[in-house]
Design a protein around this ligand. Structure first.
Ligand SMILES: [Cu+2]
Length: 189
């Protein structure tokens, strides 16, 4: 603690000593580089925030977003996805809380009519991971996220008006072999 205080006051002295000088005195170097690191970090933050607000601009009003977590156990943390019909756009965020790489335990979220799910999955298996295991131009697919690996995150925005009244919809992962454990119902509310 004493050392810490001594360092602080040394830094303070160094700072006040070189106040007005354009080049920092060598003694102030550690403090100065820390300050630089801090300002770089805080300069990054607004940039990240503005990038986030860029995507937020196209999205979601209050309650028009849901987060689904997936993991190394080949599971989604939701069996049901509720999409609000009153939302102009509804954002689905997929997070992978596991550690395994995309090639071994990749996950995505694909949405289609329940009756189309098996076809979408088997055709998707013939696509590559680069194509997110979704057949190109598959018109049965209403929305899909890209395929992600451990600790990654992605999202997709859907238009709730694309869901027909009276039809059953499902969300699922099209990584080969995952559908059995990774599927659930999409409910329009
Ligand atoms: Cu998966």
């Amino acid at each position: 603690m004493k050392t810490y205080l001594a360092l602080i006051s040394a830094a303070a002295l160094a700072l006040s000593a070189c106040g007005g000088q354009e080049t920092a005195a060598p003694a102030a170097q550690p403090a100065a580089s820390e300050a630089t690191a801090a300002s770089v970090a805080s300069a990054d933050a607004p940039a990240a925030a503005s990038a986030a607000s860029d995507s937020a601009a196209a999205a979601p009003a209050e309650g028009c977003e849901v987060v689904v977590n997936s993991d190394d156990q080949m599971k989604f943390d939701k069996q049901e996805l509720e999409i609000k019909k009153s939302c102009k756009e509804f954002k689905i965020v997929l997070k992978h809380t596991g550690k395994m790489p995309k090639a071994a335990m990749g996950h995505n979220i694909v949405i289609s009519k329940a009756e189309d799910a098996q076809g979408v999955v088997s055709d998707g298996a013939g696509a590559t991971a680069e194509k997110n295991f979704v057949k190109e131009g598959d018109t049965r697919v209403i929305a899909y996220t890209k395929l992600i690996g451990g600790s990654e995150e992605t999202s997709v925005t859907v238009d709730p008006s694309k869901f027909a009244e009276g039809s059953q919809y499902e969300f699922y992962c099209t990584f080969p072999g995952h559908y059995g454990l990774m599927h659930g119902t999409v409910k329009l509310i």
